[in-house]
Unconditional design. Sequence first.
Length: 169
Amino acid sequence: MIRRHFLTGLAAVFFLGMTRQLEAATAPAAEFAPLKKSKEQWKKLLSAEAYDVLFEEGTERPHSSPLNAVKAPGTFICAACYLPLFESKTKYESGTGWPSFWQPMKGRIATKTDVLLVIPRTEYHCARCGGHQGHVFDDGPRPTGLRYCNNGVALKFVPEPDKLPALRA
């Protein structure tokens, strides 16, 4: 019993420390309006796998996304609403099998606590459409020390110098 409470306390300290680090990255951006669509509307626009990850908070298999190998300059956007989320210069090889980034674009993600696996984790979503992207951990590289572990199916890659698509209405 004491051991479980001690471990729960350690998880809470870890989670609170990481939450403070996330505050700057998750400050809301005023440059876009939230997009509200029903689940039925999203189902019509997305593949079954993308819908499952983005709006049912599923997880794709590791090493299944071609985006994991992308190293070209460009921008990673939300596969649902096309909001730019990550610049390619913040992507790195984490060895996890999912595209990983050390920092999102400011104000482009929102976070919430996920306790599905008992120990609290920080889940992040697109700030515009609410689509689930992945989880953030504190084992990433400098300068942030964070790892935004993203489902590849929740993203689209726009290589430079291609123009970003208009935000989905």
